[in-house]
Design a protein around this ligand. Sequence first.
Ligand code: SAH
Length: 372
Amino acid sequence: MNATTAKTNLLGLTRAELEAFVANMGEKPFRARQLMKWLYKRHVADFDQMTDLAKSFRAKLVEVAEVAVPEITMTQVSADGTRKWLLAMNTSEGVKQGIEMVFIPEPGRGTLCISSQVGCAMDCTFCSTAQQGFNRNLNAAEIVGQVWLANKELGYQHGGDRVVTNIVFMGMGEPLANYRNVVPATEILMDDLGFDISRRRVTVSTSGLVPQMLKLAEETNCALAVSLHAPNDTLRDELVPINRKHKIAELLDACWVYVNKQNARSITFEYVMLDGVNDHPEHAYELVALLKGRPAKLNLIPFNPFPGTRYKRSSAAAIERFRDILNANGVIATTRRTRGDDIDAACGQLVGRVHDRTTVRLGSKLISVAVQ
Ligand code: SAH
């Protein structure tokens, strides 16, 4: 498609942008609200079915706009109900590369884990996405499109309960390195005319891009999770290389600014449990010194191994001991239950199977993922 024929994907437009878009077409702003109702409440993508819009407007929309969602190349359903989709995205080289999306059902809620980039540039040593390097940012429509697609796949019907109640940006990519697209996407997710998800249920997870965290504190009001993974700079420099630029003290200061500005209850800190690396009792005591008395919750994540990794998952006993030290010393810590183990549903796992990024043909599509 060349630039003159490119259609605007409406899933990437915030309410204000959609109003400007329809105004540009000579329509009144309330048409944008009608469109949003079709898109997000009735979950209709076909302009012809939007019967309260004038025929002439619908005909114009077909010319200039589209409602396009990512293409699914693989679906896996775990015995525990966890679902994982591999989605094919165009790369800057014009081939397809996979990103992943995971749905985790729990009593009373359903969490969707979405991606913000194709690949990632942060280079965390224990993360399989890092092995693939960075390809490109997803645009807002590709981010929102994941949520739209998941709702469709999970059978959302107009008037029915939404199955996706929580969104976490914990799939592939560093969301705050794609600030420009992630922020409008969160706006559409939280908009009452959009997905209408409450601000505490949309969580951006970051490896610690401090300037963008401070900007986020000013400009949005979603929840924040921070990938801490180490209690001191020596270890964090090694595991999460962005730490060489923004040290733990600076990162934590930004976290407390975020909590104050947002009037949020707390920040969730993610801590991947790596056997013999960051799981000693002394590490737990160091964490206590950093986080005690602060608005912080710690989420201990058992490491998910992938081919070629040098790390091992901490034993259940080590994780339990670590958690008990934290809890006994006034830091709230929980262990993340591993879900969908039978389908490698942990983030980074499906695409992470790539050893060698060979381009293969899947159906009629060229795809450069999932070759073992
Ligand atoms: N870039 C963002 C979001 C990415 S992934 C961030 O760093 O927060 C979401 C979480 O999964 C992060 O805490 C990340 O460190 C963690 N993670 C990555 N690889 C993992 C693995 N192999 N096992 C367990 N957790 C992992």
